[in-house]
Write a protein that binds this ligand. Sequence first.
Ligand SMILES: Cc1cc2nc3c(=O)[nH]c(=O)nc-3n(C[C@H](O)[C@H](O)[C@H](O)COP(=O)(O)OP(=O)(O)OC[C@H]3O[C@@H](n4cnc5c(N)ncnc54)[C@H](O)[C@@H]3O)c2cc1C
Ligand SMILES: CC(C)=CCC/C(C)=C/CC/C(C)=C/CSC[C@H](N)C(=O)O
Length: 484
Amino acid sequence: SAPEVQDQPKKIAVVGAGIGGTAAAYYLRQEFGAGVKIDVFEPGNVGGRLATVKIKDYDYETGGSVIHPLNLHMKHFIERLGIPPRKDVPSKMAIFDGKELTFEESDWFIINFFRMLWRYGFSYIRMQMWVESILDKFMRIYQYQQFGYSFSSVERLLHAMGGDSFLTLMNQTLEETMMAEGFSQFFLNNIVAPVTRVNYGQSVRINGFVGAVSLAGTDSGLWSVDGGNKRVCSGLLYHSKSELISAKVTSISVKVRPSKTGTTSTFYEISYVGESGSAHSLYDIVVIATPLHEGMSDITFSGFSPPIPSHYPGRYHQTVSTLVHGLLNVSYLGTTEPASEFMVSDILTTDLKDLAFNSLSSLNPVHTPAGYKPSPASQTKVWKLFSSQPLSEEQLQRMFLSWDSVSETRWLAYPEYRVPYRKTPPFILHNRLYYLNAVEWAASAMEMSAISARNMALLAHHRWHGQAGKIDQEDLHTRIRGEL
Ligand SMILES: Cc1cc2nc3c(=O)[nH]c(=O)nc-3n(C[C@H](O)[C@H](O)[C@H](O)COP(=O)(O)OP(=O)(O)OC[C@H]3O[C@@H](n4cnc5c(N)ncnc54)[C@H](O)[C@@H]3O)c2cc1C
Ligand SMILES: CC(C)=CCC/C(C)=C/CC/C(C)=C/CSC[C@H](N)C(=O)O
């Protein structure tokens, strides 16, 4: 329907205070100015899937942990909020095939280079070039957003970045895509599958787009936020001068009210339940920043035509993050290296039916004290296991000689990426009701939620003011180059 004749909205609601919701609050403030009241609803902890657990006086990331050096929104946030990145600690990767370590990184770049060349020919370098070519197109989004352009669906956003090639990536498995690029099944099994297993808990049959994002997640220069990634969320919330309402949104309905001018205005009524009971409030614009899927948010939508479902089709994949403070049994990994010399920090695994876990990593605290150095496996330290099912005491006993604490978090972590994908859920659920997490069906990552948040704020702003010229424009890449 036609936008209402109002200068600015008076009240905006954001549902969820993860990185998506808090970034949405930040960008909505930027777009709509100081006059609008922004409420952010959150029944749990600010940060959502960015969370830490305390083990022996130190905090460790249990959810989203690494950020790519080219994730420009995340970079912008920490600069704006004055939070430093975490000090870099050297890491070393190995691949476990259920019996032994089939590949182990050395401390020397040149040795790694020749080991990879010896085992996989030029495949590894070609893979890095392939990922880089996708990232090059991906980076266009920052320029579009800088110029104020927005997109009304995930497909249109992807198409603006990478044209038909990005939509093709969404419709093919990573395996199909890489085989067509000439990569061997051996390379896929031994290098690519371990990466998709650690990053998305799934096989090489995830879609090619999220597959490329997963591979980008092994690039050099990955970083995290000093003191914990969730600090970005609380920082954005504070910076946006939003009000945090500690409550769960239970339903959203459309209300039509007579306005002063004699016409009618549409509002969204949000009903919520918090510690002090239930209440409801009216808003001009609502951004939903939590997945609308089975077992996740449970929001009822009423009075909408066509109806809005509480749950869209498709499931979120369970990843159990188990943090063990203990002594690793290095012989379980089939290595003869003495534990006192075993400095591998990230053990990825090949796709094996009987293996109970996807990855095993040695964790550093979210704030590394001055002079901190990673310790060898002969010392008790914190190890993180990712698995799709909780690990039993017997399974842990095989992997560890002893432990003094185990902390388990069961995440509905990211979508189960199936190919061919169904049409992604919409960004626009109703005139001024938006859904940020639809983007996760392209790929789930902190930066993806941040990109979607900026898109949502721009989209909401242009639709409010009837600026159709800033929505779903074709051929932006060439046009913007012309404008520069
Ligand atoms: C184990 C794990 C590892 C990961 N590793 C990485 C990584 O290394 N790098 C990376 O970039 N990404 C990683 N990710 C993905 C990344 O964490 C997510 O993509 C991102 O955090 C999603 O943020 P979000 O704000 O969109 O959603 P969420 O963080 O899920 O936030 C949604 C919020 O909404 C709240 N909510 C739910 N229902 C309601 C309701 N009815 N009313 C009000 N509020 C509600 C929830 O409590 C939650 O806080 C990882 C995820 C997991 C689980
Ligand atoms: C969005 C772009 C262009 C890049 C993001 C790359 C990236 C950081 C991908 C990782 C995504 C993800 C869900 C990782 C989960 S596991 C992370 C880490 N390996 C760990 O073990 O904690």
